[in-house]
Design a protein around this ligand. Structure first.
Ligand SMILES: [Zn+2]
Length: 88
């Protein structure tokens, strides 16, 4: 489970982007933390980089295939504030 300390800089934003499931080998659409929905393993990855099977522990067959879901999206606007955190 991801953790944080500085709550004013993390905001909950409902978006369908957090519901999408991605296969290994595809490009990460956003920079941030992705979580395997099968086992809970988390990775940090930059946008455009390949969602890995290679650094992920192998699953027992009972868990099914590795599937990634966006857990936390990084923003790159240093002037961002709570007022303009509407998800794009
Ligand atoms: Zn997994």
């Amino acid at each position: 489970m991801a953790t944080y300390q500085d709550a004013p800089h993390v905001i909950r934003t409902p978006s369908a982007e957090f519901d999408k499931v991605h296969d290994p080998g595809g490009a990460a659409l956003y920079s941030g933390i992705y979580r395997c929905i099968r086992c809970g393993y988390e990775i940090a990855i930059a946008a455009g980089h390949t969602l890995p099977p290679q650094s992920h522990p192998q699953h027992p067959a009972s868990l099914g295939a590795i599937q990634w879901r966006l857990l936390a999206r990084a923003t790159h606007n240093k002037y961002s504030s709570i007022e303009n955190h509407a998800y794009q």
